[in-house]
Design a protein around this ligand. Structure first.
Ligand code: ADP
Length: 441
């Protein structure tokens, strides 16, 4: 052993102390040796000084080694202890080891070899024990830290759950409020529209040109307001899962031509060409005609609204796998890829400012998104800023109406149909594709 060890010998017998000292010296142990003759002095020095090893005589004048070891233990004084036993003390050794002695050695066996051997072992054992203690202590601390972190996480989780619950409740109330208000406003709005139409009929009296102009404005604004109210009502129904599709067999080409002819005047007013192609080998589909019409009206009115000059093309094509695709393409302002995801969210518009140029509720695409999901279809968007946009709605020729989950909320229905394209989930699905739709005349 190269290092200088601090060793304490506790023995009242001068001869024994000399024997230990000379055995250690002969063994070549480098040491700083201290000696005391009773338990009291031993306790005092061990309370203030750390030793590498203590050789402790079992029988001390004021107490035995067992009592001293127990005292040291209860004062949390830790030191490697070798108890030197005399004749007849052997039966106590197990108790000594249990109380905290590191080893024991019969005085009759004291020799340089045995002492240095015991010393080495004791110090090695003690240091290993210390390391284990330290590791245990660190483990305990880590464990306590983990418990604290766990408690904190649980607290945060509860808070999130609470906030989630509040958000759901707020959202439910918002939907209810929207549904009630828009429903209530529709009745007076229908009266305004109906009476304006009656006023415009000549049999109820001739209006002056100025009066007729004003009534027409009332009528047009009323229709616009009704359209906005219907949009809000539809959206709140879709959100709450209260909108059911009423599917029937119908001619999709006819519906598309009808919508295009109804909206042609809006395109004409902006000098936009509105082109349509509806050649299908089999134009019959099984779907909700009212909702298919609504999807097309929303897409077409957006195309007209966001296009200042150029053309708008509407096309319906057959696709393999018993599907059809409705394409609405324009030469309008276009949409930046970073906005692809957001525009399908409710109340989201590329320009969210109050002074924005183009009016609207920001619900049209959210409604389309929900309807297309319900129909088991997919939406694809290709667009380039300043060049134009192309919305493609892929639909199964025959939709499957939900049976068991007929009244489940829309989000629940989503889970049943993982594979269809959701623009909000896959915003970049078609952003990288070039704008390659054929021109239709
Ligand atoms: P709204 O038209 O009422 O604003 P929508 O949900 O129909 O709401 O559309 C959301 C947003 O998507 C629009 O405000 C617009 O920014 C963008 N958008 C939709 N269609 C087009 C289009 N054809 N061209 C350019 N931008 C469009």
């Amino acid at each position: 052993m190269e290092e200088t060890l601090k060793i304490l010998v506790v023995d009242d017998d001068e001869v024994d102390r000399i024997a230990i000292r000379s055995a250690l010296t002969t063994a070549g142990v480098q040491m700083q040796l201290s000696e005391v003759g009773n338990g009291n002095d031993a306790f005092s020095v061990l309370s203030v000084t750390a030793y590498d090893c203590v050789f402790l005589d079992y029988s001390l004048p004021d107490r035995d080694a067992l009592t001293l070891i127990q005292q040291l233990g209860s004062s949390e004084i830790k030191v490697p202890l070798v108890v030197l036993t005399g004749q007849g003390d052997e039966q106590i050794t197990l108790q000594l080891l249990k109380a905290g002695a590191t080893d024991y050695l019969s005085k009759s066996r004291i020799s340089p070899e045995t002492l240095s051997q015991v010393l080495r072992n004791v110090i090695r054992i003690y240091r290993a024990e210390m390391q284990v203690d330290l590791a245990n202590q660190q483990l305990r601390e880590t464990h306590e830290q983990l418990i604290c972190q766990n408690q904190e996480l649980e607290r945060q989780q509860q808070q999130i759950q609470m906030q989630n619950f509040k958000l759901l409740e707020a959202s439910r109330l918002k939907s209810l409020f929207l549904a009630t208000i828009s429903h209530e406003l529709r009745t007076p709005m229908n009266a305004i529209i109906g009476f304006s139409q009656i006023l415009l009929r000549p049999k109820f009296g001739q209006l002056t040109r100025q009066q007729a102009d004003m009534v027409e404005r009332i009528l047009n604004n009323g229709k616009h307001l009704l359209m906005l109210l219907n949009e809000v009502l539809d959206f709140s129904k879709l959100e709450g899962g209260g909108l059911d599709l009423k599917a029937e067999r119908f001619n999709i080409s006819k519906v598309i031509n009808l919508v295009v002819s109804e909206m042609r005047s809006l395109a004409d007013a902006k000098n936009l060409s509105l082109l349509v192609q509806t050649d299908l080998q089999n134009p019959l589909v099984f779907n909700d005609p009212v909702r298919v019409k609504q999807i097309l009206i929303n897409l077409l009115s957006n195309a007209i609204k966001f296009t200042e000059s150029g053309e708008i093309w509407v096309e319906v094509k057959e696709l393999p796998g018993n599907r059809v695709v409705i394409v609405v393409q324009d030469t309008g302002i276009g949409i930046a890829p970073r906005d692809f995801k957001h525009i399908f969210e409710a109340f989201r518009q590329v320009d969210q400012t109050i002074t924005r140029k183009y009016p609207g509720t920001g619900l049209g695409l959210a409604i389309i998104d929900s309807l297309v999901r319900m129909m088991g279809g997919k939406i694809f968007l290709e667009s380039k800023l300043g060049v134009g946009s192309m919305f493609k709605i892929e639909l199964p020729r025959q939709i499957t109406l939900p049976t068991v989950a007929a009244h489940a909320p829309v989000s629940q229905l989503d889970n049943d149909n993982d594979d269809f394209f959701c623009p909000a989930k896959n915003p970049h699905q078609s952003s990288s594709q070039s704008r390659k739709a054929n021109r239709i005349s």
